[in-house]
Unconditional design. Structure first.
Length: 134
């Protein structure tokens, strides 16, 4: 990450899984390119930027990488640097998506969108990630 780049990310995808889950991944990758958001599993940045921003917010139980990328992009603009979303996607197994993709989790996702992410500040809305029985 030299020159004008402060951070970078990779698009992701699944090798299999429910059609709607795969389409959600495509939507995420599109939003990531437009807004320069990287998925937390594929996000990297300069250590100095991470320390200056204080790392990830403790207020979010999910999608903390979006809030972090917003702050990272602001810092990048201030420093005349940018986030780059690379082209080569990382393909992940659809096994977990098949196991966890449910109507309830889809409703929680829609609630997160409708509340502009505020629902993700409540752990009870994040069972997809925090349910010990999964």
């Amino acid at each position: 990450m030299a020159g004008t780049t402060a951070s970078a990310g990779l698009p992701g995808g699944f090798d299999s899984g429910p059609w709607l889950a795969r389409q959600t991944g495509i939507l995420w990758n599109t939003a990531g390119r437009v807004f320069r958001w990287a998925a937390g599993s594929f996000l990297f940045c300069r250590a100095s930027a991470f320390h200056e921003l204080g790392g990830f917010s403790q207020d979010w139980f999910a999608a903390e990488e979006v809030e972090y990328c917003i702050r990272l992009n602001r810092l990048g603009r201030r420093l005349a640097k940018r986030m780059v979303i690379l082209n080569q996607p990382v393909i992940s197994s659809g096994r977990k998506v098949r196991a966890l993709f449910s109507r309830q989790n889809l409703l929680h996702g829609l609630e997160a969108i409708a509340t502009f992410g505020e629902a993700l500040k409540n752990r009870d809305n994040c069972g997809y990630w925090y349910n010990p029985e999964r």
